[in-house]
Design a protein around this ligand. Structure first.
Ligand code: HAM
Length: 427
């Protein structure tokens, strides 16, 4: 026999990923359904795109120098020698699909997707997280910025979240950003010694990154830094004014945050971020987005304005836990069939009940009556349908209410599906 070691180590989910098991996943189902309703109401349709793309899409779309691309992207070469990457976010793929299929504009798409980033895992930060998002392509109408922000804000409210902070900024456009970056670079050069160790020597290539730095040294310096909103050209300033006016008109509370630059390089004009104030501040961004008027062209498409947001599902649920809202009970069964005659009756009856639209469960492996009734109780079903030898012989079943006081009844086997459908209101 070959002297080979057999690998018997228990295999676990990779670091920074997690399983969501039933019944906790009921909350995910409910979340997705709530988001789909909101998105549909605003004219968005579901879009599905591949989980991996040509790696150049993200490099060109998100930015060659961004942390997401240089430090966090999962890249691989497939068996055909193609350089691919797992999607680190949803926007670039949706814009790629827009460019590839040129749908009628404005094109409003929503999505629910896993996203992959090689980050240091910690509470609220994972290597695979999930995003609910929307993108609108084909117009730069500032009213759409308001619509998109209102959609996210309304969704948080639907879940019962109260402690949500909305920060808004404008990243300017290609015309005014270089002037600002130059001014910021000059400012930082004068205070370089006060910056954190990461940025002290390396602020010059991309001074905007310093605004995003959470370290106290950089925070203190950028407190006094020039503000992008003061450098906007006339058109960008008017755009921002219209967005702010819209938010005010719709009663959406927000604050201007001149240091909000976000980590992806495609943003232009409106940017925004929602923070869950009940969460630890380092990982409290429960959603963010903005306008990306140059992204389509950056990936080889026609000029096309776009705006959207991504909401992190895991963080959102953590925020709900912290605020004690959006508790979702797993859906209870309608009927639990207890068969003491060998299982054929249960097999046929659950099938009939399910065809009629009821949630019907049963036990397996010829369990005892005690064990089956215990399972029935645990399932949360409203009724137990009991079939013993006597019932089988006389063509009846016993129906026992499990959740209310009603009396146990015996009814003809032939009528049970129709009667239970009526009783449970599924018919
Ligand atoms: P983002 O801010 O990078 O934006 O991510 C959106 C949200 O995903 C964050 O606010 C956060 O809730 C969640 N998130 C991000 N990274 C992680 C992680 N490692 N672990 C857990 N949650 C995370 C985008 O991805 C843009 N595509 C949003 C967008 C859409 N902009 C325009 N359209």
């Amino acid at each position: 026999m070959a002297d080979e070691k057999v690998d018997t180590q228990v295999i676990r989910a990779p670091t920074g990923t997690h399983d969501v098991l039933w019944p906790q996943s009921s909350r995910w189902e409910a979340l997705l359904a709530a988001f789909a309703v909101r998105a549909r109401r605003a004219g968005f349709g579901l879009v599905l795109t591949p989980m991996f793309e040509d790696a150049r899409l993200f490099r060109r779309g998100i930015g060659d120098e961004s942390d997401v691309v240089t430090k966090e992207m999962y890249e691989f070469v497939d068996r055909g020698g193609r350089a691919l990457a797992l999607r680190p976010e949803g926007t670039a793929s949706v814009v790629r699909a827009f460019v590839q299929h040129h749908p009628t504009t404005p094109w409003k798409a929503w999505y629910a997707t896993p996203a992959f980033r090689y980050e240091r895992p910690q509470a609220g930060r994972f290597r695979q997280h999930h995003q609910l998002g929307v993108e609108v392509l084909g117009t730069d109408d500032p009213d759409l910025d308001v619509e998109v922000i209102a959609l996210a804000a309304g969704f948080y409210a639907d879940l019962g979240l109260r402690r949500i902070d909305l920060a808004v900024n404008s990243m300017g456009c290609t015309g005014d950003r270089p002037r600002y970056v130059a001014a910021l670079r000059d400012f930082l050069a004068g205070r370089a010694t006060e910056l954190c160790s990461e940025h002290r020597d390396r602020f010059s290539a991309n001074p905007l990154r310093v605004l995003d730095c959470k370290r106290p040294e950089c925070r203190a310096v950028t407190e006094d830094a020039p503000r992008l909103v003061d450098f906007l050209d006339e058109a960008c300033a008017a755009h921002l004014a219209r967005v702010r006016g819209g938010l005010d008109a719709l009663g959406i509370a927000y604050r201007m945050e001149p240091r909000l630059v976000r980590g992806l390089d495609y943003y232009t004009r409106t940017t925004f971020e929602f923070a869950g104030l009940a969460l630890e501040s380092a990982q409290n961004a429960v959603g963010g987005g903005g306008r990306y008027d140059g992204l389509s062209e950056a990936i080889g498409g026609p000029p096309a304005s776009g705006i959207g947001f991504g909401i992190g599902v895991e963080r959102l649920l953590l925020a709900c836990d912290a605020e004690g809202c959006f508790a979702v009970d797993p859906p209870a069964a309608d009927v639990f069939v207890v068969d003491l005659t060998g299982g054929e009756e249960a097999r046929d009856l659950v099938d009939g009940l399910r065809r009629a639209g009821l949630t019907a469960l049963r036990a397996y492996d010829g369990r005892s009556i005690g064990s089956q009734l215990k399972q029935a109780d645990r399932s949360g079903a409203r009724y137990a349908v009991i079939i013993g030898a006597k019932e089988l012989e006389t063509g009846v079943v016993t129906v026992r209410p499990l959740r209310d006081e009603g009396a146990q009844e015996t009814m003809p086997r032939a009528e049970i599906v129709a009667r239970l459908t009526r009783l449970s209101g599924a018919g």
